[in-house]
Ligand binder design. Structure first.
Ligand code: ADP
Length: 613
């Protein structure tokens, strides 16, 4: 007999070139052979794998099973194409088909096992996708069928059985013309012609014939089926029943789905108030399941003290009227009272007669809770802001107070230096002393303004009847020196009103406004103070014809330290208008400015007249 044992080199060649991973292991379970396909599949090089336990590529959780499989193979049982998983060097799980065979030496002595592993991941994926697709087709509500290019039916889903009355067994292998009325056969020729050209036909409305001969309107979508190489081999048809009943039913189920998935409770009741339908939203909101609620009176969820509402709602419904967004309280199964917004509309039958009411109920508790938290937060924030504000103001007040004492000392000493030691000092020293006096005055002005500002914010302002004419006079008296040095002309309206305000505060306001009008009034300034009374409110203007203010600055000049010019050009602290603003605000009035650069400025404020109060 010829020796048919292949030469070792041939065997080696087969193993090396195999597409499948081939792994050899000895009786101790150690890897002795690892071919290139094994390296490709699992990522270990032969050098890394040989000598390791064959368990290397078995995922932890199936190691026990792997040990049993190995024992079976060693006993001589067939282990062929068993589907299992292995893991790669990177820990990726790989679906494989596994075949184990015993290896013996020339004397028949058992040496170990060979494993042949084939990667079936792709195949499994394709299989799974196909299974899914088939399940989709099987469960589809639309009739789905396929046919070859001769119009012979190849597949037929359950919906097609229902729609056309033929079972798959009756029609697969037969011509599709079995469901096409004879007078529409030319249609089929045309459809097939277009499919051959690779076209798709969408929502084509036509008539088909059921097994029992009845004709049904359908909407048809037909697309070409291509083989793997792209060749058109048939057509897929999807048919939808367009009979009125079917369309209505589809609408109904769509409506049902909408009602069911709504977050709002949607309930219908008849004219006696008996619950007819109860959606999931109602189950969630009120805790009763549909089976518990349907058939019972709607008063189930109405608290006793609100039962009268139901009569009112029903009487409106009977008159054909709706109830919109009515806010009330309902009670859930566990007794919780729920704030809700209710919309109720009449339900009519096909003759238009009102037969019941549908109510949509929206749970307002979350909204209410949110609003309450929001209010609470706002209240807390306001309180803490007010506290911080008042702390800051009293801080500013004490700082300013404490600054004034040493400042007065500096001022006094520099004055004394000039008065008593004038002869001993040279001109330079005298200049320094004069500058100290000047700076001290500046600083004192600033502190005074700051004090005035923070005092305004802190003190209680008593309202009294104040004569504006009198106030203007006092202000002019304060500004006497300035007015004289700048040769200003001040024109005051003869008929100034009495205001509901505070005299001292108002003097400060007018002093600041007139002082600015003089300061920024140009050469030989002209300042006018006018008033207008409208319905218990008086508006007072202080106008100048000076340098004016660009509108973009109108807002910011009322904030502290906002100045538009250098102190060398126009001395000042930048707090005057902030004081005026705060004062008018505290007196409950409004303030504003009308001005353009080069056209003078008109500052105004409004306060209630004394008569109005
Ligand atoms: P100041 O001490 O600088 O006068 P105010 O708070 O009184 O501070 O005014 C802020 C800024 O507003 C001034 O520096 C000036 O630039 C501008 N301003 C105020 N009044 C007038 C006015 N009548 N005409 C032009 N600019 C003015």
């Amino acid at each position: 007999m010829a020796n048919l044992t292949p030469p070792a080199s041939l065997l080696h060649g087969i193993v090396e070139s195999s597409e499948d991973a081939i792994i050899g292991e000895n009786l101790d379970g150690l890897i002795t052979l690892w071919n290139p396909a094994a390296e490709r599949l699992f990522g270990y090089t032969p050098a890394e794998a040989v000598g390791q336990a064959a368990q290397l590529i078995v995922p932890e959780h199936i190691r026990a099973t792997a040990v049993q499989t190995r024992a079976r193979a060693l006993r001589g049982e067939t282990v062929e194409h068993e589907e299992t998983i292995r893991s790669s060097k990177e820990g990726k799980l790989i679906e494989v088909s596994l075949t184990l065979s015993r290896i013996r030496d020339a004397n028949g002595q058992l040496l170990g096992l060979s494993q042949i592993l084939r990667d079936i991941g792709d195949r499994r994926k394709t299989e799974r996708a196909a299974a899914h697709l088939s399940a989709v087709i099987q469960s589809s509500d639309d009739a789905i069928a396929s046919k070859d290019l001769d119009g012979i039916v190849q597949s037929w889903n359950p919906a097609a059985e229902r729609l056309f009355g033929f079972t798959a067994a009756e029609i697969v292998g037969q011509s599709i013309r079995k469901i096409i009325p004879a007078n529409r056969w030319p249609e089929e020729d045309e459809v097939l012609g277009r499919i051959r050209k690779g076209e798709r036909i969408e929502h084509f409305e036509t008539i088909r014939q059921r097994k029992d001969g009845t004709l049904i309107p359908i909407s048809l979508t037909v697309s070409p089926i291509r083989a793997a190489d792209g060749e058109i081999v048939g057509a897929l048809k999807i048919a939808r029943d367009m009979s009125t009943r079917a369309v209505l039913e589809r609408d109904k189920s769509r409506l049902g789905a909408i009602v069911d998935s709504s977050d709002d409770a949607i309930i219908s009741k008849d004219l006696n108030g008996t619950i007819q339908t109860w959606n999931r939203g109602a189950e969630r909101m009120f805790g009763y399941r549909a089976e518990e609620a349907v058939g019972r009176s709607i008063t189930l969820i109405i608290p006793e003290d609100r039962l009268h509402e139901e009569d009112e709602v029903l009487s409106r419904i009977k008159r054909g009227l709706r109830v919109d967004h009515f806010e009330t309280i309902r009670r859930s199964k566990d007794g919780t009272l729920i704030p809700i917004s209710l919309t109720v509309s009449p339900i009519r039958d096909h003759t238009g007669t009102i037969i019941g009411a549908s109510k949509t109920v929206r749970d307002l508790s979350a909204l209410r809770a949110y609003a309450t938290t929001l209010e609470q937060t706002v209240r807390e924030r306001t309180a803490s802001l007010e506290l911080a504000n008042s702390q800051l103001e009293s801080f500013a007040y004490s700082v300013s107070h404490d600054l004034r004492a040493p400042l007065r000392g500096m001022h006094g000493l520099a004055d004394a230096l000039l008065a008593d030691y004038s002869e001993v000092l040279d001109e330079r020293a005298r200049d320094y002393a004069r500058r100290i006096v000047h700076e001290a005055r500046q600083l004192d002005g600033l502190i005074q303004d700051l004090l005035a500002y923070s005092r305004l914010a802190r003190i209680d302002i008593e309202l009294e009847s104040v004569d504006v004419g009198d106030v203007v006079e006092a202000a002019l008296h304060n500004l006497d020196a300035d007015i004289r040095t700048s040769h200003a002309t001040i024109a005051v309206d003869s008929a100034l009103p009495r205001l509901r305000a505070n005299r001292a505060v108002l003097i400060q306001v007018l002093t600041n406004l007139i002082s600015n009008a003089v300061k920024f009034g140009g050469r030989e300034p002209t300042v006018t103070v006018r008033a207008l009374n409208v319905d218990g409110t008086a508006r007072i203007w202080v106008e100048d014809r000076g340098i004016g203010i660009a509108p973009k600055h109108h807002e910011r000049i009322f904030r502290a330290f906002e100045r538009l010019h250098g102190v060398e050009q126009y001395p000042g602290t930048g707090i005057g208008l902030a004081i005026v603003h705060k004062a008018i605000e505290r007196l409950g009035g409004r303030i504003g400015v009308e001005s353009r650069v080069g056209e003078g400025s008109r500052f105004w404020f409004e306060l209630p007249t004394a008569e109005a109060a």
